[in-house]
Design a binder for this molecule. Structure first.
Ligand code: NDP
Length: 446
């Protein structure tokens, strides 16, 4: 039995009811075999056993009252997974499906993603099973204030710096920041994704979506190609999906789909800037459902309960949630001629789907590389806050492009170095791992 198999068995025994975490851990550990063979010191120092165990898991009660005065109790979490290379950093997710397994998978992925960004940030993730859908602003505010009342005891600008994720956008970050400031009586960069006029960074809302498209451009450039003229499917209709489409349009591609958990819209004429502005108003202000798109633009079609992967495209940008591309979806995409997948969401493709993409020569950018633009600009927000400066849009965008290029170069070159050319999964996992593992070795058994 190999070291990797032993450790996988150990974590399966220890976390039997955490399927998403085990899926993420298996995907990373299985790709590390070649680096473990070259570096026996990692096994001698039990790095795999240590790197798969969070440094700290915080779980807490979040009581709040709705507008009618009824009491509700949700569960809050913060997973502080690894701080070897910097303070814990990673988003907060508010969604009814949130549980320990999902947040541990996200925090684990975040460790390697943050390492790839070339910035000094460790990995964490948190959130709650609270569902913001259908809640009034005042209900969301009361929930956020209660959540932060506990979380404030565990975070800080040099300790743990949360950001947004599913269900946590600018409105929620505002309420969370307000409560932190009130409790601590300090105005610090304890959260990222803040409003522009109170410490936020330009391009932070855009960063994950833009970054996923920049990563796609980098992959395409290895084949002397570009996004211009490509038909692209996009899933989700939230933050990541919206700015993915904005950047696809900027670079001359055509996005033809959007979705939410109820269904998919297909617009064969393309979702141009005017249509995207409608979607932003629909989703971010009116907080409506994507099916309303076809009432406004009747040439588009709504497919209830469907995902976008049956639509013919050149490039796919999954931007909703984990495990949203099954093996059958992956096979359909390949059959329809899709030759690039850049993951805006975290772990959106099931492992068998990844195998299908790789076996068919699809340019496949895994989430921890392709969607790292969001956390990278969060890192830039922390840097601006620490220096009390604000960079221009051009400056931040230029840095984001450079970071996405550097992530692509690392993943590409490390994959070649370890004999798996073109395999961005292996390249990203190994490159992300080495930096964290070496820092852990340097810092002793802590
Ligand atoms: P938003 O909350 O803004 O949007 C999420 C979108 O995904 C919504 O359209 C939502 O539809 C859909 N969705 C959520 N859960 C499901 C589900 N179980 N099945 C089908 N659709 C679903 O979130 P973001 O855009 O911020 O996040 C999207 C993905 O990107 C997530 O995987 C997140 O982890 C990842 N990501 C986000 C980053 C960021 O900076 N925001 C950074 C890196 C990764 P509905 O309204 O019906 O729930």
């Amino acid at each position: 039995m190999s070291y990797t198999t032993d450790v996988l068995e150990l974590i399966e025994r220890r976390n039997p009811s955490e399927p998403e975490f085990l899926q993420a851990a298996r995907e990373v550990l299985e790709s590390l075999e070649p680096v473990l063979d070259r570096h026996p010191e990692y096994q001698e120092q039990c790095i795999l056993e240590r790197i798969t165990e969070p440094e700290r898991v915080i779980m807490f009660r979040v009581p709040w009252t709705d507008d009618k005065g009824n009491i509700h109790v949700n569960r809050g979490f913060r997973i502080e997974f690894n701080s070897a290379i910097g303070p814990y950093k990673g988003g907060l997710r508010f969604h009814p499906t949130v549980n320990l397994s999902i947040l541990k998978f996200l925090a684990f992925e975040q460790v390697f993603k943050n390492s790839l960004t070339t910035q000094p940030i460790g990995g964490g993730k948190g959130g709650s099973d609270f569902d913001p859908k259908g809640k009034s602003d005042t209900e969301v505010m009361r929930f956020c204030q209660s959540f932060m009342t506990e979380l404030a005891q565990h975070i800080g600008p040099d300790t743990d710096v949360p950001a947004g994720d599913i269900g946590v956008g600018g409105r929620e970050i505002g309420y969370l920041f307000g409560q932190y400031k009130r409790l601590r009586n300090e105005f610090t960069g304890v959260l990222t994704g803040k409003g522009l006029n109170w410490g936020g960074s330009r391009i932070r809302p855009e960063a994950t979506g833009y970054g996923a498209v920049y990563f796609a451009e980098n992959m395409l450039s290895t084949r002397c190609d570009s996004i211009a003229g490509k038909v692209c499917t996009v899933s989700g209709s939230g933050n990541v999906a919206q700015y993915t489409i904005e950047k696809i349009n900027d670079l001359g591609g055509m996005a033809v789909s959007l979705s939410d958990s109820s269904g998919t819209i297909y617009d064969p004429d393309g979702i141009n800037a005017d249509k995207l502005a409608y979607v932003m108003e629909l989703k971010n202000i009116r907080r409506g459902r994507i099916k309303e798109y076809v009432e406004k633009f009747p040439k588009a079609e709504y497919r209830a309960g469907a995902r976008p992967w049956g639509i013919k495209c050149d490039c796919a940008f999954p931007s909703a949630t984990q495990n949203e591309i099954s093996a059958a979806d992956a096979a359909k995409l390949v059959e329809n001629g899709c030759f690039l997948v850049s993951e805006g969401a975290n772990m959106p493709t099931e492992p068998e789907g990844v195998d299908i993409f790789q076996a068919n020569g699809v340019l496949y950018g895994p989430g921890k590389a392709a969607n790292a633009g969001g956390v990278a600009v969060s890192g830039l927000e922390m840097a601006q806050n620490a220096q009390h400066v604000t960079w221009t849009r051009e400056e931040v965008d230029m840095r984001l492009r450079e970071i996405m290029k550097a992530i692509h170069t690392q993943a590409y070159e490390v994959a070649e170095e370890y004999g798996r050319p073109g395999n961005y999964v292996v390249g990203a996992n190994i490159a992300g791992f080495i930096k964290v593992a070496d820092a852990m070795l340097d810092q002793g058994l802590v």
